[in-house]
Every structure is written in structure tokens, then in C-alpha cells.
Write a protein that binds this ligand. Structure first.
Ligand code: ASP
Length: 441
């Protein structure tokens, strides 16, 4: 019998997770059962993915750079990547702002709903912790991000998943220095990292064997932890605008994939689907990164010279879905609370949401922290910030799941464009976890 394709297995796991979570909510002890016995399976899976992220970035970026025949090519890839990332993000924010201004989801919200949401969430630890985190981030100077990018201890950077940009910085200098000492002398290191790279990619294959069960657990947990369904319904129009914007972004990616790389966009989406489904289930582009890299390199055919730089950088700084959401949410909150926005304010949103999405961590809920900074930039009254966040908190998790899918798809799209532009978009060469199993046996 032909094995069911991975994305179908994952989808089935997700559907069962949703149904199971729903059924468990109907039983008195169901929620606690899911939290105690099911949720850990999902958490373990996310930990396994994060476990291999740093070794994978290290090995693949060093391999990518040391395969380069010419360092100036790397500068070319770097500049193109950053420019295209900024372009797609501005596009995303613009789509969000246009939709939210036309559809005005905030105008229809009744004052009772606002009071109910405020009473439920304004003092919720989820909201207050986001406000605290935002005020910590805001206190930093304009060049802080550059300072933060440079590690003062390579091993400390390598041992902290949140320091991905520091790891990339260290690895790039390491890789370039390897090129500069000449092929002969760099050979042992190159052999070591080539082999490490293959091993880590094999670990991705092995971990992915458990993905269907893991997404079952992750989604069952999302269902039992979700907010009161009445509150979700009240925010349906706002959520609808965000989801519509995100869907348009996917259409936009498909258009560039087909016009620029001449690949079939449905083929592209199919190859990326396991990574997209994981992005949805985990709400974290960082946790999804190893799978994104594996799909883009082996299943789409982007050369490692490009993907090893474009994807880890993208996971940290390119968040089209998040910036679109920040634009919509900022305007929605202003509409609902009767805070008028001028054209200048909307342009400020474009700029700050662009910077905020670069600064957002690739973990669940990070987009909401930076939303506070967007709101402050347009002069939103500080005493109303908690109310503003309370308005959108109930639907944040499902929207986070959707925007993470767009974040990951955006990174993959840009890696294809950059690869095509430097002649590095080749043929796919998928590897299975058991390719060499017989030899081992
Ligand atoms: N969860 C998103 C990500 O990891 C970030 C966010 O929008 O909160 O890409």
C-alpha cells in the first residue's frame, strides 16, 4: 500500500486533535486530562524541533558559505534578501491597512462587548505580561538591534535559541574566514560541517515521523485552552479581516512564484504544506525553521548557499503575517475605542509595523508585544493600552496560528526568488528517513 503523504497525515492529526479537544471540553475532567496527558506530547515535539535549530543553522550556513566560489556573491544574496524582505513586508502592511479601512471591523463593536472584553482580559496575566515585555523593549536606543546582533561569547550565543541573529553573525564570519584560509586548510572543517549538516537534516526526517501525533496534541490543547466562544463570535469581523488579508498574502506569494520563478504555485504550496501545517500548529516560525529548511532545500530545490542564509534570517526578521496583523489590529482598536487616525498615523503604522515585525521574536504571541509599540507610536493613550489589547486577546491565538503560516510561506517564497535571481534554483532531491536503513541493518 502506498504510504499516505506527510501533509495528509499531519492534516488528519490536526482534525482529530480539534475533535478530541472539543469532546474533552464536554466532559468535566476533560480539560485537565488534555493538559496533563496530551499537551506534553506536543511540547516535546516543539522542543525536539528547537533542539536542532542551532546546529542546523550552524552547519548549513557554514556549508553554504564554504561552497561559494566567490564571496561577493554572498554580499549580493544578502542585499537582495533584505531588500525583498522589506518589500514583501510593506506589501503585507498595506494590504492589511486597506482592508481594515474599507471594512471597518471596529465600528460595529458594541459598548457592552468592549466592557465585557475589558473586564475579562484587561487585568489578565496574558495582557499585562505583554505590556511589561513591550515597555522593556521600548527602552532601548535606535542602534540597540545592531548591538544585540553581535555576540561577545560564541558559545553563549550558540546555547540560546533566542539569539539566532547572533549565531548567524558568528557563523557568517566563521564561514568567510574558512574560505579565506584556502581550500586545502579548510578541508577538515568543511568535511565536519558537511557531515553535521546531513545528520541534522536526517534528524528532521526522524522527528517528522512523530508530527501527526504531535499536531493532534498541539491542537487538542489549543481547543481546551481557548476563550469563551461568545467572545470569539463578537470578534469575528476583526478576525475575518486579518484572515482575508493573510489569504491575499498567500495569493501574492503564488503570483510571484509563478511569474518570477516560473514554477507552478500549487506545486510550491504542496511542497511547503508540511512546514505550513506545523507553523499553524506550533505558532512559532522558529520551531518550524528546521522543517522549512528541509522542505525548501530538498523538496523545492533551493541551493543551500541561498536557503541557509535567507531562511534563518527570515525566521527572525521577516514576518509578513505578523506585520499585516499589527496594522489591522492597531486600526481596529482605534476604531473600536473611537480614537481617530490621520493619514500620517496610518503611515506611521506602516513604518513601525515594519520595524516591529523585524523586532518580533519568532515565538507564539510575540506579535502582540510589538503591537503595543505600534500603538504607542501613533499616540494611543497609555492608560487605554490594556483595554486595547483586551479587545483582541480572545482571538489572538487562532490569528497567531494563521499569521505564522504566512510568515513561514513568505520566507520560503523569498528564498526561491533570491535563488532564482542568482541561478541557484535547481531540481528537488527529497531524502527519506530510511534511505540507508538497509545498509545499517
Ligand atoms: N508567532 C509568530 C511567529 O512565530 C510571531 C507572532 O506573530 O506572534 O512567526
Amino acid at each position: 500500500m502506498r504510504k499516505l503523504e506527510l501533509h495528509w497525515q499531519i492534516l488528519i492529526g490536526m482534525v482529530f486533535g480539534l475533535i478530541f479537544g472539543y469532546l474533552m471540553l464536554q466532559i468535566g475532567w476533560g480539560k485537565q486530562f488534555v493538559l496533563d496527558w496530551i499537551k506534553p506530547l506536543g511540547t516535546i515535539f516543539v522542543k525536539l524541533l528547537k533542539l536542532i535549530a542551532i546546529p542546523l543553522i550552524l552547519a548549513s550556513l557554514i556549508k553554504g558559505i564554504s561552497d561559494l566560489k566567490d564571496i561577493s556573491k554572498f554580499r549580493n544574496i544578502g542585499l537582495k534578501t533584505i531588500a525583498i524582505y522589506i518589500g514583501t513586508t510593506v506589501m503585507a502592511i498595506s494590504i492589511g491597512l486597506i482592508l481594515v479601512n474599507i471594512m471597518k471591523p471596529g465600528d460595529g463593536i458594541s459598548s457592552e462587548t468592549i466592557t465585557k472584553l475589558t473586564n475579562t482580559y484587561a487585568n489578565d496575566s496574558g495582557v499585562t505580561s505583554k505590556l511589561e515585555e513591550a515597555s522593556r523593549q521600548k527602552d532601548s536606543g535606535p542602534l540597540q538591534f545592531l548591538e544585540d546582533m553581535v555576540p561577545d561569547n560564541a558559545f553563549a550565543a550558540l546555547s540560546d535559541n533566542s539569539l539566532m541573529l547572533q549565531v548567524i553573525f558568528f557563523t557568517i564570519i566563521f564561514g568567510i574566514s574558512m574560505l579565506l584560509i584556502g581550500e586545502e586548510r579548510a578541508k577538515p572543517m568543511k568535511g565536519f560541517f558537511d557531515s553535521l549538516n546531513d545528520i541534522v537534516l536526517k534528524m528532521v526526517d526522524l522527528i517528522m515521523l512523530t508530527a501527526p501525533v504531535a499536531v493532534f496534541a498541539l491542537l487538542a490543547n489549543v481547543v481546551v485552552s481557548s476563550s469563551d466562544p461568545d467572545l470569539l463570535v463578537a470578534l469575528l469581523k476583526y478576525a475575518g479581516v486579518v484572515v482575508l488579508g493573510l489569504a491575499l498574502m498567500i495569493v501574492f506569494y503564488c503570483i510571484i512564484v509563478s511569474t518570477y520563478t516560473k514554477k507552478n504555485p500549487f506545486w510550491f504550496l504542496k511542497q511547503m504544506s508540511p512546514a505550513q501545517l506545523l507553523a499553524f500548529s506550533t505558532s512559532s516560525s522558529a520551531a518550524t525553521l528546521p522543517v522549512t529548511m528541509e522542505r525548501v532545500e530538498e523538496h523545492i530545490g533551493v541551493d543551500k548557499e541561498v536557503s541557509s542564509f535567507v531562511l534563518p534570517v527570515g525566521a527572525t526578521i521577516n514576518m509578513d503575517g505578523t506585520s499585516l496583523y499589527q496594522g489591522v489590529a492597531a486600526v481596529f482598536i482605534s476604531q473600536a475605542l473611537g480614537f481617530d487616525l490621520s493619514l500620517g498615523d496610518q503611515l506611521t503604522i506602516v513604518l513601525t509595523a515594519l520595524l516591529a515585525s523585524i523586532g518580533s521574536a519568532a515565538v507564539p504571541g510575540a506579535g502582540m508585544v510589538m503591537l503595543v509599540i505600534v500603538l504607542e507610536a501613533i499616540g494611543f493613550p497609555a492608560d487605554k493600552l490594556a483595554i486595547g489589547l483586551a479587545l483582541i486577546f480572545a482571538v489572538d491565538r487562532p490569528l497567531d496560528m494563521c499569521r505564522t503560516v504566512v510568515n513561514v510561506t513568505g520566507d520560503a517564497t523569498v528564498s526561491m526568488i533570491v535563488a532564482k535571481s542568482v541561478g541557484k534554483l535547481g531540481k528537488p532531491n527529497p531524502k527519506e528517513w530510511d534511505d540507508h536503513l538497509e545498509e545499517v541493518n
